[in-house]
Design a binder for this molecule. Structure first.
Ligand code: F0G
Length: 353
């Protein structure tokens, strides 16, 4: 490392955030994730510039850390001692980690049997109290909103405006890295906080003269959990992309505003397309992202083929979560390891060298 220690989101973008002298220094060195240029998929599609914002390299393995650090710092500043959230997995891991780092209590409510073991293990090992409830994420969110209204706990889901404030820094980083905003920003949409945050970030930077253009925001939902695409809540959302298995997004209106103001779109992709995109991303680029994070790549491939994304444009896909968080579905689509009991000769034979 150089002489300058890497800064977390609050220090790097302090003047853009609602923080002051009384805000505690919460920092797990989140943010500053790589913007990786596509070596193979972009050229194969004939795209002149395709990038991946690799958010899976955040401290707990997803973009949630950017918003959580600000939400937790502000909660402490305002006197909170207990954090609470509903989650499909990543928010709970992030809340648990930041609570641990600050010696706070975290309570996470999850839909029973519906989140990946890896994400669940993060929350447990960081020391959160994990409570499972029957039903889906939407029911869990309704429960914690009710809890936070009546008890002294700080709600750190993305309905907390400080989460959005922190998450907007990803848009700043993209503009800082490219020197301008891209033409398209493509990301998964679940509870719709992140698309809200990106739009806020791009607009703020643009208003301050940091970019000359604003991107079109393109949101990807899973076919079985696509309330915004369908225009109506989905009572029983279904998808392999468990992170975005959400039937009634809290930031629905802000998502449609971001889509419409930016001239973008929100569309759905099938689970098959998502899993194909996951393998393609890993095998062609060396980037492993969880299923929800691969929905945007599946959508991009379709939009380029249909001529709805111009080949001379610049696109950024947000890889929201690390593939290690939820490897089960991917493992169903790859060859299992071979077992041999022998010497180099036997190995060479198996490898057809
Ligand atoms: N990608 C991943 C990996 C996620 O974990 C989430 C949301 C999203 C995309 C969608 O983002 O909700 O802002 O539209 N996960 C939440 C959670 C719901 O509880 O971890 P969004």
């Amino acid at each position: 490392m150089g002489s300058e220690a890497r800064q977390g989101v609050i220090d790097r973008y302090r003047e853009w955030l609602p923080v002051g002298d009384r805000t505690p220094r919460v920092d797990l060195q989140e943010g500053s994730t790589p913007l990786v240029r596509s070596r193979n998929i972009g050229p194969a599609l004939g795209l002149s510039a395709l990038y991946f914002k690799y958010e899976g390299l955040n401290p707990t393995g997803s973009f949630k850390d950017r918003g959580m650090v600000v939400a937790v710092a502000k909660a402490i500043e305002e006197g909170a001692q207990v954090l609470v959230c509903a989650s499909t997995g990543n928010t709970s891991a992030s809340a648990a980690a930041y609570a641990a780092s600050q010696g706070m209590r975290a309570i996470v409510i999850i839909p029973a049997g519906q989140i990946s073991l890896n994400k669940l293990s993060q929350a447990l090992v960081y020391g959160a109290k994990v409570v499972q409830i029957p039903g889906n994420f939407d029911a869990a969110l309704a429960t914690v909103r009710d809890l936070a209204e009546h008890y002294p706990v700080a709600l750190v889901n993305s309905v907390n405006p400080y989460r959005i404030q922190g998450q907007k820094t990803a848009a700043f980083e993209i503009v800082d890295a490219l020197g301008d905003a891209p033409d398209y920003l493509i990301l998964p949409v679940g509870n719709a906080g992140n698309i809200t945050a990106y739009w806020k970030g791009f607009k703020e930077y643009h208003a301050a003269g940091r970019s000359t253009v604003l991107p079109r925001l393109v949101g990807a939902q899973a076919e079985g959990a696509a309330p915004i695409v369908k225009g109506a809540p989905v009572a029983e959302p279904k998808t392999v992309a468990s992170a975005i298995k959400i039937g009634n997004p809290a930031s629905w209106e802000n998502a449609t505003l971001a889509r419409d103001e930016s001239g973008g779109l929100i569309d759905a992709v099938s689970d098959t397309e998502i899993l194909q995109a996951q393998l393609q991303l890993a095998a062609a680029e060396g980037l492993f992202a969880e299923p929800a994070s691969c929905a945007p790549l599946a959508l991009l491939v379709r939009l380029v083929r249909e001529g709805r994304i111009e080949r001379d444009s610049t696109s950024v896909i947000v890889l929201t979560g690390n593939g290690l968080k939820d490897p089960d579905a991917a493992l169903g689509n790859v060859e299992p390891p071979v077992t041999i009991d022998g010497d180099a000769r036997a190995l060479a034979k198996v490898l057809k060298l």
